[in-house]
Design a binder for this molecule. Structure first.
Ligand code: COA
Ligand code: AMP
Length: 634
C-alpha cells in the first residue's frame, strides 16, 4: 500500500479508515460509533467501544499462542542484571500486582502515581493499573520532590508506587526520601504507598502508610481485567507548558490502542514476535508508547534498558544490546547518538556484523540535526528515520512511514505526516503559508486517535493552550516549514519550552524557581544551543539592591535551587548576573532577542526597546563567559 493512498484515505474517510484499524484489536465490545463529539465539543474516538488495554497487551496474546514468547527483556548494566519475562510470566505478575492495588482500594477510575526507575516493576505497575480500569500517572524519576508534589496534588492518587532507589552513573539515588518530602509538601495524601525494595539501597518504610512490594504481592489474589469505555482515561502524563504548572495530558484507552497498534506496522514496519527497543524512560511519552504499550499490544518483545548510551560502561552499549537481543528496531533520542559520537567518534566499539538483525534506527524527542543523522547512518550503515511527535499525540505526527512505503530521507526533515494528521504551516493570523515559508505548525481537527482529548481536570486550559489559538486547528507549539515535496521540517519551539537531552522543560517554570530567591529582583531563563544536549537553560538574573557583593554566591545558590526544586535533569548550570534585562517600554522581556544573541544569530534591536544598552551589556557578558555558541550545523 503506498503512503499517498493510505494518507488520503485517512483524511477523506477518517471513520472508515480508523474503523478498519480498530478491527485489528480484541475489543470486549466493538464500537459502533467511530468519531463523535463529547459534551465539551471535543472529538472522541470509538465512544461506545469497550476494552481493556492490559488485556490487549497480555491476556490476548497468552490466549493466542504467545504465552511462552518473550514479552519483556530487562537489561540493566548499572546493576549487572538481565531478566526475560514471557507473556505468561508478565501476565502472572501484573494480575497479582493488580490484586495488591485492589486490596489498597484502587478501583476503576481511580488514579495511581508511579515514581520509579527503569525496572520491570514500573511496567508491571502501569499494566496492573490499566488492568483495574484505573488511571496511572508516571512521574519521571529524575524529577525532584517539589515536581512530584505538584503532580500528586493534581492527580490525587489513591495509591503511589515507588522504589527504594534508582541507579545513575556512579551513584545511587534514594527515591524514598524524595517521595516522603513530596508527600510532606503535597496537600493530597494517598491511601498507601507500595515500595519496591532494591538491594542497592533499602528504604525505610512508614508503618501504616508504606507497604513493601513483595509483601503486598505475597498475599494478593490475581485479578482479572475490568472493561472500560474506549474514551475512559488510561493515563495522565504531565508535560511542560509555558507556565510553572505542568499540563496533565490525558490519554484514552481505545484511540490509544488503535493508533499504537497501527503505528507498529505502518511507521515502524514491525512484525509480531520481533524485538523492539525504545531506549527511553517509562517516565516519558516515548517510554509509555514504545517501551510498554505499542510493542506489547502488537505482540512484540520489548527491551527495558536501565543504563545510558555511554558510561554504563561505554559507548558500545547500544550496539551490544542490539546484538544480544536481535533488536529489529531501535528508537532513541539524537542526543544519545551525539553522546556516543563524542566518546567513540570512529565507532571503534561498533562491529557492523553485530547489527545484522537491526533494520532501522528511529530518532525523536528533539530535532535530528543533519551531522548526527549522517554520522549514525555512516557508522551503522542502517536506515535512519527522524520522526516528530509530542506527549500530546502519543505517536508520530510526521515520520518516514516505512511500513507503508520507504520515502527518500531528507536530512533535517521528519519526512511526511502520518495518516490521520493534517499538518499545516500557519502565519500569525492563522492563514496557511506556502511551501518553504516558516510559521507555526498546526494540525487540522479532528486529530487522529490517541491524541489528547483534554488536560486532566482542566478542559479550559486544553482549549486555550491548543485549540483557540487557530480555530479549527490544534497548535503544536513547534515552528517550521513544509517543502515543495510535502516534507515537514520542524525547526524548534515557538514558546518557552526547551528541549534538554530530549527532555522537555519549561523555562517559565525555571524562572518561577529562580524568582523565589531573596536576592533576585527579576530574571529570565532562555534555551541556548549545546552540542551534546541540543539545548541548555541559561538564567539571566537582575539582583535586588544590596546584593551586588554576593553575586557569585547567589549564582551558585540559584543553580542548587533549580536542582532541588525541579531536579538534576533540568541541567540548570549557568546563572548569570546582569546589570539590567532588555525590555520593551511596556515591560516585556525580549527573550527572542536574547536567544538570538546566544545562538550567534543576526538580530535587530526592536524600536520598542526601553534601553538598547541593556542588549550590548548582555552580549558582552555572554561573550566573556563563552556562551555565544555557534548554531548546530544544519
Ligand atoms: N533519576 C535521577 N536522576 C536522573 C535521572 C533519573 N532517572 N535521569 C537523569 N538524572 C540526572 C543525571 O544523573 C544528571 O545528574 P548530574 O547533573 O548530577 O550529573 C542529570 O540528571 C542530567 O542527566 P542526563 O541529561 O541524563 O545527563 P548525563 O550527562 O548523565 O547523560 C546523555 C547525557 C546524553 C547520555 C543522556 O542525557 C541521555 O541518554 N539522553 C537521552 C535522553 C532520552 O532518551 N530521552 C527520551 C526522549 S526519546
Ligand atoms: P515531548 O512531549 O516531551 O515528546 O516533546 C515534544 C517536543 O519535542 C516537540 O514539540 C518538539 O519540540 C520536540 N521534538 C520531538 N521530536 C522531534 C523531532 N523529530 N524533530 C524536532 N523536534 C522534535
Amino acid at each position: 500500500m503506498s503512503y499517498q493512498i493510505e494518507y488520503q484515505r485517512a483524511c477523506a474517510e477518517p471513520e472508515a479508515f480508523w474503523r478498519e484499524q480498530a478491527q485489528a484489536l480484541d475489543w470486549f465490545k466493538f464500537p459502533k460509533t467511530v468519531l463523535s463529539q463529547d459534551e465539551h465539543g471535543m472529538d472522541r474516538w470509538f465512544a461506545d467501544g469497550e476494552l481493556n488495554t492490559c488485556y490487549l497487551a497480555l491476556d490476548h496474546h497468552v490466549a493466542n499462542g504467545r504465552a511462552d514468547q518473550a514479552a519483556l527483556i530487562y537489561d540493566s548494566p548499572v546493576t549487572d542484571t538481565k531478566k526475560t519475562y514471557s507473556y505468561q510470566d508478565l501476565l502472572n505478575e501484573v494480575a497479582l500486582f493488580a490484586g495488591a492495588l485492589k486490596r489498597q482500594g484502587v478501583a476503576k477510575g481511580d488514579t495511581v502515581v508511579i515514581y520509579m526507575p527503569m525496572i520491570p516493576q514500573a511496567l508491571i505497575a502501569m499494566l496492573a493499573v490499566a488492568r483495574l480500569g484505573a488511571i496511572h500517572s508516571v512521574v519521571f524519576g529524575g524529577f525532584a520532590a517539589h515536581e512530584l508534589a505538584v503532580r500528586i496534588d493534581d492527580a490525587k492518587p489513591k495509591a503511589i508506587v515507588s522504589a527504594s532507589c534508582g541507579i545513575e552513573v556512579c551513584r545511587t539515588i534514594a527515591y524514598k526520601p524524595l517521595l516522603d518530602e513530596a508527600l510532606k509538601q503535597a496537600q493530597h495524601s494517598p491511601n498507601a504507598c507500595i515500595i519496591y525494595q532494591r538491594e542497592q539501597q533499602l528504604a525505610e518504610l512508614q508503618p501504616g502508610r508504606d507497604l513493601d512490594w513483595n509483601a503486598a504481592m505475597s498475599d494478593a489474589t490475581p485479578t482479572d481485567c475490568t472493561p472500560v469505555k474506549a474514551t475512559d482515561p488510561l493515563y495522565i502524563l504531565y508535560t511542560s507548558g509555558t507556565t510553572g504548572k505542568p499540563k496533565g495530558v490525558v490519554r484514552d484507552n481505545g484511540g490509544h490502542a488503535v493508533a499504537l497498534n497501527y503505528s507498529m506496522q505502518a511507521i515502524y514496519n514491525m512484525s509480531p514476535g520481533e524485538v523492539f527497543w525504545a531506549a527511553s524512560d517509562v517516565g516519558w511519552v516515548v517510554g509509555h508508547s514504545y517501551i510498554v504499550y505499542g510493542p506489547l499490544i502488537y505482540g512484540c518483545t520489548t527491551v527495558m534498558y536501565e543504563g545510558k548510551p555511554i558510561m554504563t560502561p561505554n559507548a558500545g552499549e547500544f550496539w551490544r544490546v542490539c546484538k544480544e537481543y536481535d533488536v529489529k528496531t531501535l528508537f532513541a533520542a539524537p542526543t544519545a547518538f551525539r553522546a556516543i559520537r563524542k566518546e567513540d567518534p570512529n565507532a571503534e566499539l561498533l562491529n557492523k556484523a553485530d547489527l545484522a538483525g537491526l533494520r532501522v534506527i528511529f530518532m525523536a524527542g528533539e530535532r535530528l540535526d543533519p551531522p548526527t543523522y549522517e554520522w549514525t547512518k555512516a557508522v551503522t550503515g542502517k536506515c535512519i528515520v527522524d520522526h516528530w511527535w509530542q506527549t500530546e499525540t502519543g505517536w508520530a505526527i510526521c515520520a518516514n512511514p516505512i511500513g507503508l512505503e520507504m520515502k527518500i530521507a531528507k536530512p533535517g526533515s521528519s519526512t511526511v505526516p502520518s495518516p490521520g494528521f493534517q499538518v499545516h504551516v500557519l502565519d500569525d493570523q492563522g492563514e496557511p503559508l506556502p511551501p518553504m515559508e516558516q510559521g507555526s505548525i498546526a494540525i487540522k481537527r479532528p486529530l487522529p486517535p490517541s491524541c489528547l482529548p483534554t488536560i486532566w481536570g482542566d478542559i479550559e486550559r486544553f482549549k486555550s493552550s491548543y485549540l483557540n489559538v487557530y480555530p479549527g486547528y490544534y497548535t503544536s507549539g513547534d515552528g517550521g516549514y513544509i517543502d515543495e515535496d510535502g516534507y515537514v521540517f520542524i525547526m524548534g519551539r515557538t514558546d518557552d519550552v526547551i528541549n534538554v537531552a530530549g527532555h522537555r522543560l519549561s523555562t517559565g517554570e525555571m524562572e518561577e524557581v529562580v524568582a523565589m530567591h531573596d536576592a533576585v529582583a527579576e530574571c529570565c531563563v532562555i534555551g541556548i544551543n549545546d552540542d551534546l544536549k541540543g539545548q541548555l537553560p541559561l538564567g539571566l538574573v537582575l539582583l535586588k539592591n544590596g546584593y551586588e557583593e554576593q553575586a557569585d554566591t547567589v549564582q551558585e545558590e540559584l543553580i542548587a535551587l533549580v536542582r532541588q526544586e525541579i531536579g538534576a535533569l533540568a541541567c540548570f548550570k549557568i546563572a548569570m548576573v546582569v546589570p539590567r534585562l532588555p525590555k520593551t517600554r511596556s515591560g516585556k522581556i525580549l527573550r527572542k532577542l536574547l536567544r538570538q544573541i546566544a545562538s550567534g544569530e543576526e538580530f535587530t534591536i526592536p524600536s520598542t526597546i526601553d534601553d538598547p544598552n541593556s542588549i550590548y551589556d548582555i552580549q558582552e557578558l555572554m561573550a566573556e563567559r563563552g556562551l555565544i555558541v555557534e548554531k548546530l550545523a544544519g
